[in-house]
Design a protein around this ligand. Structure first.
Ligand code: SDX
Length: 429
């Protein structure tokens, strides 16, 4: 029987707070009136026990290792669906019919070009700028080019901005990659699907025909599905908070990209591959396991652990299979990084420290090996994560904007600084 209220005792005062149940998963205690009734705030800096919003988009059961997009298991979507179908599902809440899918693909495809002056915008960067810095800047700059889809109160403008973001992220990402290697930008092609178009924009050169490998395109499409959304993670919460002030969607997505860049979040795929390279060989693993366990050593096993998953990240299992598909297709027989990754995972999953702390491989553990094999430099790994997560950020942003109870997010604090004191002239200090 689910409780329908919770009682908080503050001194000799008891305060009853309503409990709200979801369709599945934990119920919540609505503390909206707590401050008014007790003069106290709750305190949960990492939001480990805090639901920041109601949502109908993605559900995670961290103990069971379950991930549902609009109720559909990630395993089934990755196996049977494709990325643009998943985008439609996340945005509209239902799987599309054939005609709905065709119309959606048509609309996204015809937004893939960017304003030609964006090409000149890139000229201001150093060639060795990290592509994530270029993405934060160029996505934020889109608001300067697309004024006609920045009025968030207009439903049509919200949808146009959503289409533009989903469609233009691969183009901007490919431009950031081409710019970093000194090659000319490659325009999108309307006769290629989403992942194939991205591979073509990244790896085609004007001097010869580039044929997209369908196995790699399918693998990349699946990688995009796995990264599309993930409940109220740090970057999605950043997008929601930025959007709650009424900021335009391009600025909100730029804020999400900035947050995703952190090595504790989306930057972990780049950090995980660098870690595997630093470990180098299987016989070095015990030394790094010891470092990860040492409280005085800041080293962490990148690609391991998760705030929510206290079981194997369901995306990591699919990612590991995709890694094998890609390496087999490319004829990579013995990748030393994969050998280290597989042995590191085997050891960690049997080590008491990792078992007791419920640290399992997460999606970032295998993605780097796959993307490196596809020809992407490590600096592009988090960019690809951002390309895929854009639909999740946009879907969550739209849900927040369209929530009639939505208001600006403004958390409070526990103040432990100096109480009021009077100004001292410098001669008295
Ligand atoms: C993503 O939130 C999302 O949904 C994110 C994401 C998404 O799709 O949006 O899933 C994508 O960001 C995946 C996570 C990628 N990050 C990494 O792989 C970086 C390495 N992992 C850690 O930094 C850590 O596990 C976090 C940041 C992912 C989670 O950190 P928490 O929940 O704040 O947990 P914690 O840091 O408090 O760790 C709990 C304990 C600690 O020990 P104690 O202080 O309790 O003694 O586990 C230890 C940590 O020291 N620990 C690790 C570890 N991760 C946690 N020890 C060694 N290696 C690790 N990787």
């Amino acid at each position: 029987m689910t409780a329908n209220s919770a009682t908080v005792k503050v001194g000799d005062k008891s305060v009853d707070l309503p409990v709200k149940a979801g369709s599945i998963g934990p119920s919540v205690i609505d503390i909206g009136k707590l401050y008014a009734q007790t003069g106290m705030f709750t305190f949960d800096p990492g939001f480990t026990s805090t639901a920041s919003t109601e949502s109908q988009i993605t559900y995670i059961d961290g103990d069971e290792g379950v991930l549902l997009y609009r109720g559909y298991p990630i395993e089934q979507l990755a196996e049977h669906g494709d990325f643009l179908e998943t985008c439609y599902l996340l945005l509209y809440g239902e799987l599309p019919t054939a005609s709905q899918k065709a119309d959606f693909v048509y609309r996204v495809t015809r937004h893939t070009m960017v304003h030609e002056q964006m090409a000149r915008f890139f000229q201001g960067f150093r060639r060795d700028a990290h592509p994530m810095s270029v993405m934060v800047a160029s996505v934020g700059a889109l608001a300067a080019f697309y004024h006609d889809s920045t009025d968030i109160s207009d439903e049509n403008q919200r949808m146009v901005a959503s289409m533009r973001m989903i469609a233009k992220m691969p183009t901007l990402a490919a431009m950031a990659f081409k710019y970093s290697i000194g090659q000319p930008f490659v325009f999108p092609k309307n006769d290629l699907d989403y992942a194939a178009n991205f591979l073509h924009m990244c790896f085609a050169v004007p001097c010869e025909e580039y044929k997209v490998n369908p196995v790699l395109a399918r693998a990349l499409d699946r990688i995009f599905i796995l990264h599309a959304d993930h409940e109220q993670n740090a970057s999605t919460s950043t997008v929601r908070l930025a959007g709650s002030s009424g900021a335009n969607p391009f600025a909100c997505i730029a804020a999400g990209i900035a947050c995703l860049w952190g090595p504790a979040h989306g930057g972990a795929n780049e950090a995980a591959l660098k870690m595997l390279g630093e470990i180098g060989t299987v016989d070095n693993i015990p030394k790094y396991i010891a470092k990860a366990k040492d409280k005085n050593d800041p080293f962490r096993l990148m690609g391991f652990g998760h705030r929510v998953y206290k079981n194997y990240d369901p995306r990591a299992k699919i990612m590991q299979k995709t890694t094998h598909d890609v390496l087999n297709e490319l004829g990579v027989k013995d990748d030393p990084l994969l050998d280290v990754a597989l042995e590191l995972e085997r050891i960690a999953l049997h080590d008491d420290y990792f078992i007791e702390k419920k640290l399992y491989p997460n999606i970032d553990f295998y993605s780097g090996i796959t993307l490196k094999a596809m020809g992407f430099p490590t600096s592009m790994f988090t960019v690809l994560f951002a390309v895929a997560r854009t639909v999740g950020w946009i879907a969550q942003w739209k849900e927040m904007i369209e929530d009639p109870s939505q208001k600006i997010g403004r958390p409070r604090q526990l103040y432990t600084g100096a109480p009021r004191r009077d100004y001292l002239p410098s001669t008295n200090r």
